[in-house]
Design a protein around this ligand. Structure first.
Ligand SMILES: [Zn+2]
Length: 472
């Protein structure tokens, strides 16, 4: 735990609200520069370009990215040379496929050799996020790339609302300390007109407090992790509570939105759910549109789909992204590990945007522990964020109070110290009487779809609708 988090946890609620507002002010400065409206207008315009014009734009961007990566990024200089590939050989989209795929493991191993040498290290901002396996991945970007990302975000991911609107979020931030047993279960960021609700304190006992506060606050929209927003709606419905207000929209992200999640949220909050997909690596973005389909955002990056199955007109493909917005840390042909179900059409018959049509995004499903208090703890990857020298982790929940932490160490792992760190991290994050035990293993078994499964629940009272873990 870093010092700032420790100070935050020990502070009174009013001071925590000030700290949230100060952090919010910093984010506003990072995300919205003086050219925000100009950037946004560009993305609005390009979003409606016809297929051929988009394709020509994308091919030009790919040529530019290949040249830039080869000339300025040592990782790509070696990778292209090994593959016998020259950037000037990109003339058609087919040529692009000669560039070797990069994976999360490659990115971790490459470290800073993926940062472009023509960018000052002082201007590079790093963020550490937990990948789909829960193991951290450091991403690099600049203020400019972030400003572009947020202009895109507002243009494509937030239909019907504006940046100044009052909103409520349900993300995996540790805003309300785990030891806090009574409300308020939210904090306030005045700089962004945002109320941040703790997803770790939601339960049958606390749901009434959450909805009473939302009724009083009346946010224009809710945004957050798909599973958390579903849980909010599900607990509300199960407690026979009817929210007194209705938001303009609910925006889900970060996890696969199952149909049951969408239906429950829309029913309980009497509004429309808009789903979106992107990642901290700033490579690819997919948005849901008024036509009822998803499209990938062509100005954000180029997306290829590596088909693994065909079902009639539809195909299931592995997403491979090349981002256009972040040249300081370019990722070319990045295989993220998520799948889409799509139809390869040039133009969407519903909205006229360039294709393909994407029907479903099969990303990661939230893996939750069920705690002795009856609460769900869905974001194990938040705990794993700071762990070093561990390749993979999987939790096996035998009973509500008994969890085995299986881990695969790297060669640098020091067993005595490392195991103590793992145990302390879990005990500090989840303040409940759980018997944690460790098991060092050589590998973690993957699910049928080849994805990592972070939590195996072997208890009878499993989290709702998480039994449907099978990807196509
Ligand atoms: Zn469409």
């Amino acid at each position: 735990m870093n010092i700032l988090q420790t100070v935050y946890n020990c502070s009174p609620v009013w001071w925590q609200n000030i700290m949230c507002t100060v952090a919010g002010r910093k984010r506003v400065k990072q995300r919205y520069d003086k050219d925000f409206n100009k950037r946004r207008a560009f993305f609005r315009d390009i979003g409606m370009w016809p297929y051929q014009k988009i394709r020509a734009y994308q091919l030009d961007k790919l040529k530019e990215m290949a040249k830039h990566a080869y000339e300025n990024v040592s990782y790509y200089k070696s990778s292209f040379d090994r593959a016998g590939f020259k950037p000037e050989e990109v003339n058609e989209f087919e040529d692009w496929k000669r560039i070797p795929i990069i994976t999360k493991d490659d990115i971790r191993a490459a470290g800073k050799s993926l940062i472009a040498s023509n960018y000052s290290r002082k201007k590079i901002i790093s963020t550490c996020t937990a990948g789909t396996s829960g193991i951290p991945l450091t991403s690099y970007h600049t203020h400019e790339s972030l400003a572009d990302v947020y202009a895109c975000f507002w243009e494509y991911h937030r239909p019907g609302v504006e940046p100044e609107d009052r909103y409520a979020t349900f993300h995996g931030l540790n805003l309300v300390p785990a030891r806090q047993k009574a409300g308020p279960y939210w904090r306030i960021n005045k700089a962004m007109n945002q109320r941040l609700y703790s997803i770790f304190h939601m339960s049958e006992k606390t749901i009434g407090d959450y909805i009473a506060d939302l009724d009083a606050y009346k946010p224009a929209y809710l945004a957050g992790y798909s599973f958390s927003l579903y849980l909010l709606a599900k607990l509300t419905e199960e407690s026979s509570i009817v929210p007194k207000w209705s938001p303009k929209a609910v925006f889900t992200t970060s996890e696969q939105l199952l149909d049951v999640y969408r239906d429950t949220i829309e029913r309980v909050f009497r509004t429309k759910v808009w789903d979106a997909y992107s990642q901290d690596e700033i490579c690819g973005s997919i948005s849901e549109y008024e036509c009822g389909y998803y499209h990938y955002d062509h100005a954000y990056g180029y997306m290829e789909f590596d088909d693994i199955e065909t079902r009639g007109d539809r195909r299931i493909g592995d997403i491979i992204c090349t981002g256009f917005l972040n040249k300081s840390w370019p990722l070319l042909r990045y295989k993220i590990g998520d799948l889409v179900e799509y139809e390869p059409v040039d133009t969407c018959p519903g909205c006229g945007r360039a294709g393909p049509i994407i029907h479903k995004i099969h990303g990661r499903l939230a893996d939750a522990l069920v705690l002795p208090s009856g609460k769900y703890y869905p974001y194990i990857c938040k705990i794993l964020r700071k762990m070093e020298n561990i390749r993979e982790v999987q939790l096996v929940q035998k009973q509500v109070d008994k969890v085995i932490i299986k881990y695969v160490p790297t060669e640098q792992f020091c067993t005595a110290k490392g195991e103590r760190t793992i145990l302390e991290a879990f005990e500090n994050a989840i303040d409940e009487p759980i018997d944690w035990s460790l098991e060092k293993v050589d590998e973690i078994q993957k699910s049928r779809s080849g994805k990592n499964k972070l939590v195996i629940n072997e208890i009878e009272n499993r989290p709702p609708d998480l039994s449907n873990q099978n990807h196509p």
